[in-house]
Design a protein around this ligand. Structure first.
Ligand SMILES: NC(=O)c1ccc[n+]([C@@H]2O[C@H](COP(=O)([O-])OP(=O)(O)OC[C@H]3O[C@@H](n4cnc5c(N)ncnc54)[C@H](O)[C@@H]3O)[C@@H](O)[C@H]2O)c1
Ligand SMILES: [Zn+2]
Length: 373
């Protein structure tokens, strides 16, 4: 069985490649080695298993995609321009790589529909927008982004739209309404819809996995646009305090990349996943501040020297963590890597890598465009 992973030289793709090789699959990767991810003179990453057949090419290029799909039984589409903030000023680039890229990949997959047994696409928690909340008086609600007047007053928590009282965040199920709040998130919603609709129309089993915040080794350390864990670690190693927006108590669901890849392999191998969208997270909220502290501790740095900006970024949500009951009931998936162990693993790796800290420049890009206040 041969699997094509687009974006297979990247963070998640390379880990999935390792797992699938272990399971006896042949793995091919189609990857453009984007300099923002792979550095200014990109080459095959050292971490990529030598048995992975890497084809350097662009998902928007039909002959690159056709060549890569030749002889493949399974298609995993991970190639993407990844970065919420950046997508708000490089709209054309994001939409080109993400929407056009997926269209070319799907057209070529459809041409080989007799041999392709399954397609899996990476979606993202960002498509939810704000998470789900409960008001003890008025019940559950799925709000839009917090109003900017509220954020200008530095009131960060989500309030009940009816009575105005403070609310409690709840885990987000796949059925929550989608309010994507960035071009990237809109692109990811398109990714899942494009794959599921095409799969349905042509009878190719397809599944969309809504990844929450993935962390682990190999996350691009010099890419200031993705991966809060890698960004904090890279700041600390360069002697700079991590930059934290709002008050740091906003929460996310950090899922370790190896757990996430196990979930993807389960979805590839189990027809129960066909036609579904599935959250992949841990179900556990962790604040951004706790992530920063855990990283600082593992890197042997003080765990209170952070730059808490008391500022907000356009489009940021307060709390979002996964309700994982679908994937657990359907596929029997349960995360195994405990947060502290996962962060330790990430930090040991970061300590042996070189990270260029480009966070200040990236933050300036947002400031200049009025995307942070
Ligand atoms: N990391 C996360 O927390 C997270 C969360 C939700 C969803 N996702 C999704 O998971 C997938 C993988 O993300 P990742 O974190 O491994 O990112 P990554 O940047 O490490 O990997 C993406 C890979 O795609 C390649 N690529 C970019 N443009 C390309 C193009 N035009 N043609 C071919 N290859 C191209 C890059 O070179 C890179 O190797 C993406 O689709 C992303 O949207 C990631
Ligand atoms: Zn209320």
């Amino acid at each position: 069985m041969r699997v094509l992973i687009t974006g297979g030289a990247g963070f998640i793709g390379s880990h999935l490649a390792d797992l699938l090789l272990e399971k006896g699959y042949q793995v091919r990767a189609l990857d453009s080695l984007d300099p923002q991810v792979h550095g200014d003179s990109p080459s095959r990453p050292d971490y990529l298993d030598p048995s992975v057949q890497l084809m350097v090419g662009d998902v928007r290029n039909r002959s690159d995609v056709a060549g890569a799909l030749e002889g493949c039984d399974i298609l995993v589409h991970f190639a993407a321009a990844v970065g919420v903030g950046q997508s708000m000023y490089r709209m054309e680039h994001y939409t080109s790589v993400n929407a056009l890229g997926a269209s070319v990949v799907l057209e070529e997959a459809v041409r080989r529909r007799d041999s392709i047994r399954k397609m899996l696409v990476a979606s993202s928690m960002s498509i939810y927008g704000e998470g789900l909340y409960r008001c003890c008086e008025c019940g559950d609600f799925a709000p839009r982004l917090r109003p900017s007047e509220q954020l200008e007053r530095h009131e960060w928590e989500v309030r009940c739209p009816v009575c105005g009282k403070a609310s409690t965040p709840l885990p987000v199920p796949e059925t929550k309404s989608l309010f994507p709040a960035s071009i990237y998130a809109i692109n990811k919603r398109s990714h899942e819809e494009m794959f599921l609709v095409t799969g349905q129309a042509y009878g190719i089993p397809a599944v969309a996995m809504r990844f929450f915040n993935v962390y682990g080794t190999r996350q691009a350390l010099s890419n200031p646009y993705t991966g809060v864990g890698a960004i904090f670690a890279s700041r600390l190693l360069n002697g700079n305090p991590p930059i934290i927006f709002e008050d740091g108590l906003q929460s996310r669901d950090f899922v370790h990349v190896r757990d996430l890849c196990r979930a993807c392999a389960m979805a590839l191998e189990n027809p129960a996943a066909d036609g579904r969208v599935l959250n992949v997270g841990t179900g556990r909220p962790t604040s951004i501040l706790d992530m920063a502290k855990a990283i600082a501790r593992h890197l042997g740095r003080p765990d209170d020297d952070f730059m808490i900006r008391d500022q907000f970024r356009a489009g940021d949500v307060r709390h979002c963590f996964a309700d994982c009951s679908s994937i657990s009931e359907l596929l029997g998936f349960r995360p195994e890597i405990e947060f502290d162990r996962g962060v330790g693993d990430l930090c040991r790796w970061v300590a042996t890598s070189t990270a260029t800290d480009r966070v200040d420049a990236a933050t300036r890009e947002l400031e200049e465009r009025g995307l942070t206040r």
